[in-house]
Ligand binder design. Structure first.
Ligand SMILES: [Zn+2]
Length: 246
């Protein structure tokens, strides 16, 4: 009876004591886990900031960047109209030129260069490098580089393959920086300024490269509207070089 009472008496505070210890332990575990999670988040954020600030323009000063690129020019009519828009809006773009058009319209290439736009190579005759021998493709690239160099007196470092074809062997041989794109409004196909603008506004994000062709009146109209609308969305326009090598 006594023992029973003692035992009974002794048993009562025990669950409370155990519960107290368990609560303390649980609290301690929660505190430790919170500290671990906080530390992990902090380290990830630090790593992200370090990586981003060294590889992109925007995080340096909080600017959202985007690059306008124009392929297949220079066109005798519409390239100068695009240049007029860019001059009016104080925007620098990147032009990937075809050598055979450079030969025909060197004064337009000179204007591009003088006005601070970046000039890249888009082969001499818009060949599909995936269906051409490496030697022939290299000749097209070299010939175009020489033509642009004669006008601008600067080596051409940037290349965009027609149709976005990839060729590791040619890429190695050209020793140029190959550029693709992120947003393609298919301006050459739709030739409709509304569609071009809507596609870009809907699909653009930070550090994107936008692909267009300075060969259509619809692209000229769309270019000005895109600049105005993207600026309202907080974007700053840069060349491909500024975007990729800040
Ligand atoms: Zn092209």
């Amino acid at each position: 009876m006594h023992i029973k009472l003692k035992a009974g008496h002794g048993m009562r505070p025990r669950p409370a004591f155990v519960m107290g210890v368990l609560r303390m332990a649980a609290l301690l575990v929660i505190l430790i886990m919170s500290a671990v999670i906080w530390k992990s988040c902090f380290q990830q954020q630090g790593a992200w900031q370090t990586t981003s600030s060294s590889s992109t323009v925007d995080l340096m000063d909080g600017t959202k960047c985007v690059a306008l690129t124009f392929d297949d020019g220079p066109h005798p009519v519409y390239t100068e109209q695009v240049l007029d828009v860019l001059e009016k809006q104080q925007v620098h773009a990147t032009f990937f030129l075809m050598g055979k058009e450079v030969e025909c319209y060197p004064q337009i290439v000179k204007r591009m260069h003088d006005e601070g736009h970046l000039i890249g190579n888009h082969t001499y005759s818009h060949i599909n490098i995936c269906q051409t021998s490496c030697q022939e493709a290299l000749q097209e690239v070299t010939r175009t580089n020489d033509l642009i160099y004669d006008i601008c007196q600067e080596p051409v470092e940037w290349f965009r393959a027609p149709y976005g074809c990839a060729s590791d062997s040619l890429e190695q041989k050209t020793q140029m920086i190959w550029v693709t794109w992120d947003v393609d409004p298919l301006d050459w196909s739709c030739q409709n300024a509304d569609q071009i603008v809507n596609h870009i506004v809907k699909n653009v994000s930070e550090n994107d490269i936008i692909l267009m062709h300075d060969a259509y009146p619809s692209t000229v109209e769309a270019t000005e509207r895109i600049i105005v609308q993207l600026r309202e969305m907080g974007y700053t326009f840069v060349t491909v070089e500024q975007l990729m090598m800040p």
